[in-house]
Design a protein around this ligand. Sequence first.
Ligand code: SF4
Length: 589
Amino acid sequence: MPRADLVLLHAPSVYDFRQESILYGPVSDLVPSTPVFEMYPIGLTTIAEYLERHGLRVRIVNLAVRMLNSDRFDPEKLIKGLRPAAFGIDLHWMPHAHGAIEIARLCKKYHPDIPVMFGGFSATYYHQDLIARPEVDYVVRGDSTEEPVLQLMQHLTHRPGAPALADIPNLTWRSADGAAQVNDITYSPPNLDHVLIDYSYVVKAVARYRDLASFVPFKGWLGYPITAALSVRGCTHNCRTCGGSALSFHALHARRRPAYRAPETLAQDIRSIARFSRGPVFILGDIRQPGEDYARRFLEAIHGYQGPVIIELFDAASQEFIRRVADAMPNWTLEISLESHSEEVRAAFGRPYKNGPIEDTMRYALDAGVQRLDVFFMIGLPRQDYGSVMDTIDYCEHLMRDLDSGPGHRLIPFISPLAPFMDPGSPVFEHPERYGYRLFARTLEEHRQALVQPSWKYVLNYETEWMNRDQIVDSTYEAGLRLNRLKAHYGLVEAGQAQRTEARIQQARRLIAQVDDILSIQDPERRAKLLRAIKPQVDSANLSTVCEKTELNVPLPGGRLNLPSVAYFFIQQGVKRWLPSLRSDEVTS
Ligand code: SF4
């Protein structure tokens, strides 16, 4: 098997999640991942593809998904057997603060001479903390690290003309005397023309390394192969808790304006993905963000595409725009994050649009034949108290009853807590008191410690003036319970599923109370023993807590992967062994 120059490792949230008893709560109900957050960031594939285009060999190993799929899988053994020129580990989201560092430790344990680099939004924020750790050699900062990682790899593999460390943009490193050196962020491309987001790299690499199991993006992906198309890095908005806001991008990544993918290229990405997958393509970013002309050009370029596409809107849209979307992509799903029914709360969060225009937008979408309309609400917002969360559930009933009264039930509301962490670099994280927040964890180490607390109440890194952690947890379960009953009443979920969801919420509530009782015990050994004893119940309450995860899935008639195309690629690479496994939902070896 060819040796990779760079192995990119994706860690589970908590490294030893298979041993620890942690009630994660509904932290991942509304994302494809489990609470282990096994889905790797899209940046891993863009970095890998960029390096391959420049003559280096890159392998992605999703350790998190492999650990999830098999209790027998031994990550230490796998790491021990690898001999790349360098390891790369993503620390994009803070929930990986524990697992990412433990994986770096294992790399150093077995390969003390192989450099370990970190990258991602959170790694950028905590680059000084990371470089001070013995298991980290480099941190590549910024929102677009394809070129800096290439230069670093050229340096590490002694390519002719490779730059010196001091000349590599965005790099944090250690000089010979051990002192941290911080190069400026001077690589911040104005657009996304330099990346290729069609996943053909992944298909080729699976064949080359004879390793389908390590490339799977999340558990269950083969049964529901949703992929992302990237319209933008950066944002024009400033939602108060978002580490991807305009202010955060400026402060962290020296980005003054968003970098957009050319609209015609974005359309081409989607068509290219469809060569391999019949699953939905989620377009990240509101296509109107760069302006009306961008949206018009994209819709012209994608016109006639029949596959499932999910788009998101950051605020209200005109009827004319909605009609053009429906005309261009008839198999479309719309996602809108209202956050709260309350205009006051929404404005305090940084989204000052009104209910009237956004309800009109939803009506336009339903009239125009949208396949699904997912509406998201959040708990833990500024100016939001317990009563306000319950009022949001009443508002959900209004939406289900009054906006989507026809057959088919296409408007589906969801609610979840802002958890487990407030994003470092977000306005609230930087100025908590200004927005009415109190933070429990600020440093990287504090977040690492928080992640191994036995229930999500203690993992939460914040509370607000309007709700403490107990109230955030209570309102989450109560809201989940009420919304679940309403969905059953209006026929959005069938009775059996609603009963199972209700039972899980009740079980999670009991477990939260049980963990509280256990934590009040003084003897640490007895505490640990009792926590271990409830692990089976905790594990069974950790998936789909306040709603069934599959409620988010767009129905996929027919096949899921485009097997003839995938097979063609594999056969080109001389590998046929995995073709049968593509027909099953999980790959475990
Ligand atoms: S949450 Fe707000 S600031 Fe963050 S990416 Fe979305 S629209 Fe932009």
